[in-house]
Design a protein around this ligand. Sequence first.
Ligand SMILES: [Zn+2]
Ligand SMILES: [Zn+2]
Length: 185
Amino acid sequence: MAASVDVLTIGYAHERVASSVVLVRENDVVIVVDPGMVASRAAILDPLHALGVHQDDVTDVIFSHHHPDHTLNAALFGHARVHDVWATYFNDHWGERTDVIDGAPSVTIWDTPGHTPQDISTLVRTAAGLVVCTHLWWSLAGPEVDPRASDQAMLESSRARVLALDPVTIIPGHGAPFSPADLAR
Ligand SMILES: [Zn+2]
Ligand SMILES: [Zn+2]
């Protein structure tokens, strides 16, 4: 069993800020990770539609953490359950936190604090190997020391835990996907 991963928007953080927005699909489950700030909603919806997915088909949204640059556009997905470090939310139902998503056994939500105490990473087993969507890195280019981190030591420990999983690809909060091998260069 494996899920598929498509990057809808590659994030950036310069004078302007956009989140990396990622689509994960397995069986009938359609997940959007971090529907946050983007130049316009078309930067999320156009690539989604190009993949044959309508926003109402999205079943789940995952927030890597609670900052607005990663959550602002969640309401685009009116039929989706929303997952964060604390709970699962749907309309006015505040349900239990789950590490797994019904119907998507290849997807796991994992606590990776450091940038904030409420950071989670989305682990996705794909046919090519493990892909991790995470804000533990902004981008391959850095910053190595996160200027916004609530706890840099914890951030580094969370990074090490993720790397120990031997992922093939990391999709950082504000940059293009990279291979962990690229970090050593
Ligand atoms: Zn943040
Ligand atoms: Zn961010």
